[in-house]
Each structure stands twice: as structure tokens, then as C-alpha cells.
Design a protein around this ligand. Sequence first.
Ligand SMILES: [Zn+2]
Length: 354
Amino acid sequence: MFLLKLSRAYKTTPTNSLNILLGIPSLHLVTKSLFIRFNIWKLRSDKFRELIDPIFLDFYRDINSISSNRKIIICEDFTDYDYEVYTDGSRIGDNVGFSVCFFERNSLLPVFCYKMISFNSVFQAELAAINFAAGWALERNVKIKVFSDSKSSIEAIRSPKVKSNFVLSVKDNLYNAKDLVSLVWVKAHAGNPGNELADHFAKIASSCGADMSIPAPYSYVKRICKEFLMNEWNSYWKNSTTGKRTKEILPSANLDLLISNKYVIYLFTNHGPFPAYLCRFKILNNPDCLCGEHGDADHYLTSCMYNKDYHLLLPTGASRTHWTRKLCKNYLFLNRLKSIFEISRKICDDLQRL
Ligand SMILES: [Zn+2]
């Protein structure tokens, strides 16, 4: 019912077509995907090992029992440091990694490069790099000033709300090294040579760095559950027997579609003010237009003599999907479609009076 209200489509429009047109997956599939996410992340169930085994997952800690000075880490900005450090994380396709570049009185020490697992995020890579630098300083008892271009990492370090065990363990290390580590933000790609160097090495690290194992973040669980949902939705759509016309134009599901214009829905479903449709549902006795031709959506778009001025050239096959996606955002086209279907509506009214 909600979908019908949102789209103002004809009541007989197949629900699976409306789901596709509106970019809203059907409730039973969403529920299934949320159920799986809950099982994996909360219950640590290994029933969905084909998606991910929970032993590889990060987890949330109860942060109420952690004192606030260990939750909110302020790395003071000092000037009497021994080393300048640039850190950066990078992702190229499935490769994730980070680099840490130490400078001792302007000369670069051997760079540390680490490769992470494809399920790790760039955010984790950035934090792991800062963490590595803090551990290095603590081990040698030297003062460092870390330059990172990751605002989100610095914010996470200062925020009392983060629950991730991985982030909290980084905070623990920074807390222990707080007299040795100063952390400042530097703008990325702004021509800062140290930052450019760290960026360069992070890219290399993502494919050839030494292995660094860090558990998968919650964002990864959300991502795989969304992928699962899209796969299920697509196979449901592919195997469904209704919505044949919509399927021809839009063969696959897309969450970003949201076609709520009723005229576009008439076009995509063939359910609208057309004699052929009204005849199918016994409102008219004859599927033909006043002009004598078969009266479906395409007839009014391309060939009916009563709306010649508005005719459109319809592409066929795969290019039709692309064409329609583009046109749905084009106001001139939408107005034209409206005029076409207003005329077909009048024709249907006339036919009903006959
Ligand atoms: Zn006609």
C-alpha cells in the first residue's frame, strides 16, 4: 500500500515492478538482510560463514566502564620533538595499506609499509598508521609529531562515543604514549612534501607492504549484508513472472532509482490510461485506440495519430535501460510524457462513453 501511495500508480501494478521503479527492495528481503546482519555482528553466529566468519570481526566494547581520559585522547601540540612523522592510508580496488614516514632532522628514515586485508577500511588504515607511529615512539622513548590528513581518525581519537574495540585499543596506546606523541591534521593533496611522500608509499603499501592483520569493521558487515540483499533482490526480480515490461527496460535492481513520477510508471509498467490496459482489467471491451491501432503505452509514445506532436523515438535493447534512466531526470521529457498520457486518458474517457 505504501508503495502505491508513494508512486500513485494504478492499483494493479505488480508490487515487484514498483519495488524496482522506486528503488525500494521488498520488505521480506530487507528483513532477511537485517536478520543476517544481527546474527553476524551481535550474535557472532557462524551460520553465514559464506559471507564472513565472525572470528575475523572487530567488536563493540561497553564504553561506560572506560574512564573519560582514556576515551578522549588529546595529543598536545608540542614543538620540542625528535622526529617528524607522516602517516597515510590508502585503498586501490581491493588493496588497503598504510605507510609511516619518519624524518630525523629533515632526513627520511626507512619507510614502514603495511598491507591490510581487503575487508579493512581506509579509516582503519589511517588509524593503524598513527598507532604504529605511537608504538614506535613509546618503544624508543622519543618525542614525535605526527601529521595525518585523516580528519575522521583524529575525530575518532577525540570522540568519547566510539565503541569499536580496534579504535579503543589505538586510544589505549596513544594514552600510554601521550607525553611522546603530538598529533596534527594536515590537508591532503595540498603540496605538503611529507604528506605527498606518505601518500605515495601508502599506495605502494596497499599492494606490496608487509602483512598487518586487523579485524573487519562493522561497516564491512553492513556492506556485505547490502550486497546480499541486492543479490537476493536481483534473483527474485529475474525469476518473477510478473512485471515483464518493467523487466525489459530495467533488468536489474538499483537502490538509487526512485522513479516516483506516475507517468514514468505508466510507461514502464504499461499499467495506465491505455485502452489495452483497461480492456485487460475489463473496464473497456476493446483494447484498441480510437485510431484503430492496439492502444498500449508504446502506441501513444510513437504512433498514435492523435498526439503526433509529442511522439518519441524509442531505443531498443540494452541502450533502452540507459536511455530511460537518463530521461527520468529530464523535466522536458517528463512534461512530454505527461502530455502524451493526458491525451491517452481523454481517449480512454471517450472510449468509455461510446
Ligand atoms: Zn491511437
